[in-house]
Design a protein around this ligand. Structure first.
Ligand code: PEP
Ligand code: MN
Length: 436
């Protein structure tokens, strides 16, 4: 059986030439950086650090603009500061960006009513595969898009690297990240107070002559779901230093819920990678599934190598997660546990939008913490779908967005994201859970 969730390209020749070109492109990330992240994920595994992973459900080529990338990065930096300061824990910062262009779909086809007529076309599979426009031409898989993914990822990562090393992420800038609409919201005002406290601590450090480099830059990494075999294989290279195989299109890659079958092509591919990797586990995953995946994906039981990203849903996490964590822990399996509080909590609003309730998202994270606290294991982090913009895609939060409000600014092409204010609110709530 072939790999799941792959497009069928109509032009095999165009596909092989795109893949051949990709194979010649320089790496977007270095193997040494991936190893560095593995070491940080080992700290998460040991309960010494917390992972913040966030970004769009699906990046788009149109979204590769300075404003969009900066706003997203700025929000992630704000969230990380809140978690570090209010939660008193080192935070590993991982963007769900610079490569998150391919989407698994529950159905191969999509039906819409256009001018009173039902029209069925191939589903949108992310900008890596086809176009979002609902026309037959746009929905044809185009291999040239794989090269566009490479270029869009390179442009995004280049800007992110410039921001995080070029002074923008300097802790002395904490106030400047809090701009425009956020500043006037209660979450923004709370952030202002945190930034003020940090300023005072920095002034104290300066006064005593301490000026560590850590204040001036942050370590920031990229991640995406490695879904499209053609792209991921073409971007996999043998490192001359270690002779190991690395996916050089992102520091961290993960296996989605729909492609995690033990004997599937994705698990087989991931098995050979040296990057730190993740694997989603939904409500149907059994403890034995998790053990078998760990044995196959991390046979040396190396800490930092494997992260289980659980996504049960707020209503299932308290019943479903304990059995999994208990058995995996009892077997001595080294794994970082991360909560994705998004994908088990999606529904369609009465107004026709795919959405999530902010309260459900928080409730799942709380359930995740409760389960881990109860078992004495470490709730290692969160994976959230978020943006730095003022979108209206998830219901609730301090701004009390309702179903009617979704139409105001709904921009996601796949799943609903937390907006900037909701993201900062979430960070404060999670910081409280970390302190408890
Ligand atoms: C996702 O992370 O966007 C996603 C599709 O998640 P899952 O594989 O957990 O459904
Ligand atoms: Mn998603």
């Amino acid at each position: 059986m072939g790999a799941k969730q792959q497009p069928t390209y109509p032009d095999a020749e165009a596909l092989s030439s795109a893949v051949a070109r990709l194979r010649t492109m320089p790496p977007l990330v270095f193997a040494g950086e991936c190893d560095e992240l593995t070491a940080k994920m080992a700290a998460v595994t040991r309960g010494e650090a917390f992972l913040l992973q966030g970004g769009d459900c699906a990046e788009t080529f149109d979204g590769v603009t300075a404003d969009n990338v900066r706003n997203k990065l700025r929000t992630l930096l704000q969230m990380a500061v809140v978690l570090t300061y209010a939660g008193s824990v080192p935070v590993v910062k991982l963007g769900r960006l610079a490569g998150q262009y391919a989407k698994p779909r529950s159905s191969d086809m999509e039906t819409r009513t256009v001018d009173g007529q039902d029209i069925t076309l191939p589903a949108y599979r992310g900008d890596a595969v086809n176009g979002f426009d609902f026309t037959p031409e746009s929905r044809i898989p185009d291999p040239q898009r794989l090269l566009d993914v490479y270029n869009a990822s390179a442009a995004t990562l280049n800007l992110v690297r410039a921001f995080v090393t070029g002074g923008y992420a300097d802790l002395r800038q904490v106030h400047t990240w809090n701009t425009d609409f956020v500043k006037s919201s209660p979450a923004g005002q709370r952030y202002e107070a945190t930034a003020h406290d940090i300023d005072k601590a920095l002034a104290f450090m300066e006064a005593i002559g301490a000026d560590p480099d850590e204040l001036r830059r942050v370590d920031f990494y990229s991640s995406h779901e490695a879904l499209l075999m053609e792209y991921e294989h073409a971007m996999t290279r043998v490192d001359s230093r270690t002779q190991g195989s690395y996916n050089v299109s992102g520091h961290f890659v993960w296996i989605g819920e729909r492609t995690r079958d033990l004997d599937g092509a994705h698990v087989e591919y991931f098995r050979h990678l040296r990057n730190p990797i993740g694997c989603k586990l939904g409500p149907t995953a059994t403890a034995d599934d998790a053990l078998a995946l760990a044995a196959k994906l991390n046979p040396q039981n190396e800490p930092g190598r494997l992260t289980f990203i659980t996504r049960f849903g707020a209503d299932k996490v308290r019943d479903g997660l304990p059995g999994l964590v208990e058995k995996v822990t009892a077997e001595g399996v080294q794994v970082a546990w991360v909560c994705d509080p998004m994908h088990g909590n999606t529904f369609t609003s009465s107004t026709g939008y795919k959405t999530r309730r902010f309260d459900d998202v928080i409730d799942e994270v709380q359930g995740f913490f409760d389960v881990h606290r109860g078992l004495g294991t470490w709730p290692g982090g969160i994976l959230v779908e978020m943006t730095g913009d003022d979108v209206t895609e998830c219901i609730g939060g301090g701004e009390e967005l309702d179903e009617q409000g979704l139409a105001h600014r709904y921009e996601s092409v796949v799943d609903p994201r937390l907006n900037r204010v909701q993201s900062i609110e979430l960070a404060y709530l999670v910081a409280e859970m970390l302190r408890d």
